[in-house]
Design a protein around this ligand. Structure first.
Ligand code: SF4
Length: 372
């Protein structure tokens, strides 16, 4: 198949400098680009004195996933989400779990041309409750993501951003005006971790989380990938939990997920289930109500519990939902209101991850097509 040509879509959030370069103000890197040069993310480029988003309308492929995979546990549980990404990233995480997409330097990773209306129509046709910008960070293709989100809203489909939250106060308000939900990575809780392992900074991510909590109605959840010996010490988890409780409050769900060795970090062991459980215990002890373990089978840590009476209101095993003890968003036993967006019954998508082209479902690689 021939890869689609790069787009020449006029980008936002930039300004010309006196020396003739263009400064990108979309993310905290503030790349200053000479003629023809691309930013750190590789997808924004100075072309003839204008900033261009080279991946508008280009996708690295589509898959229908469970919403629990994003992970979002309080946003229409059990429903399916049409997921896609583009290419490039504005962080340089040594432990990236999607590096073949995020570090793509060629457009040969971009298999599908997909305009916003086409994506929204496909989501409707396949019965997806939402569309997710995932696999790589939607911040770097913000204009495209916002247009897809608008088309989805028109079609009654929600828009979900899966992001590291590494953006500026210039771009944050507009981007999130178009989103219905988000999962934001909090990759560690020290500047040193972000600097050494992500080639980035912690402070803008904390600003994004505070912004979401205090200045938007976007439903959001937070994910921390725990890496043995890097960001899983008791002291760091205590400090992160204190900040989380004070700045975001008790109702924002927090997912602790298991690392596996990948990309440039192959010298660390996989995260043990005991480490995930320890992190969950620390966060819950600080008063956080909805703390989860992820990427493991953990009946207790995967499930949602009523903070008042202790009833298991949603029983999960990884991405599979088993029991539902909610009346809409209230605990069926004690009527406590569970934070989030819930339907009368949970969806029945299960654990399937089904790759699609926008017009047809691809032949299955395995009979069940279960997410790993
Ligand atoms: S979005 Fe890309 S070009 Fe813009 S500042 Fe960030 S890394 Fe640089």
């Amino acid at each position: 198949m021939t890869a689609p040509a790069q787009s020449e879509y006029a980008a936002r959030w930039w300004a010309p400098l006196r020396d003739g370069r263009l400064e990108c103000r979309l993310c905290p890197r503030h790349c200053k680009l000479s003629a023809g040069q691309r930013g750190f993310c590789f997808v924004r480029q100075n072309v003839g004195g204008r900033m261009i988003l080279t991946t508008y309308g280009r996708s690295s492929g589509f898959c229908i996933d469970p919403i629990e995979k994003k992970p979002l546990h309080h946003f229409h549980p059990g429903t399916s989400v049409l997921s896609f990404g583009t290419a490039g990233c504005n962080l340089g995480c040594r432990f990236c779990q999607n590096w073949n997409i995020s570090k793509a330097r060629k457009f040969d990773r971009l298999a599908d041309e997909a305009l916003p209306e086409t994506i929204a129509a496909a989501a409707r046709r396949f019965g997806c409750r939402s569309v997710a910008f995932t696999y790589n960070d939607p911040v770097i293709f913000a204009e495209y993501a916002m247009d897809v989100a608008d088309a989805c809203r028109e079609a009654g489909v929600a828009a979900v951003a899966v992001t590291a939250g590494y953006m500026t106060e210039d771009s944050r308000p507009e981007f999130y005006r178009h989103m219905d939900a988000a999962n934001v990575d909090l990759k560690g809780f020290t500047e040193e971790f972000y600097h050494r392992n992500c080639y980035g900074a912690l402070a803008p991510v904390l600003d994004t989380l505070k912004f979401l909590r205090h200045e938007t109605s976007v439903w959001f959840e937070v994910t921390t990938l725990l890496i043995p010996g890097e960001n899983d010490s008791e002291a760091e988890l205590e400090r992160a939990s204190d900040w989380f409780a004070a700045q975001l409050g008790p109702d924002v769900p927090w997912h602790f997920t298991a690392f596996h060795p990948d990309y440039k970090m192959r010298d660390k062991p996989p995260t043990s289930p005991a480490t995930l459980t320890r992190a969950r215990t620390i966060a819950r002890a600080k008063g956080l109500r909805y703390v989860y373990t992820g990427n493991v089978h953990d009946h207790e840590g995967n499930s949602t519990w009523c903070p008042r009476c202790g009833q298991r209101v949603i029983e999960r095993d990884w991405y599979v939902l088993a029991k539902w003890k909610l009346k809409q968003n209230r605990c069926a036993a004690c009527d406590f209101g569970i934070a989030g967006h819930f339907d009368a019954q949970y969806g029945n998508w299960g654990a399937r991850c089904v790759p699609i082209r926008l017009n047809w479902i691809l032949p299955p690689k395995s009979p069940q097509q279960v997410c790993s």
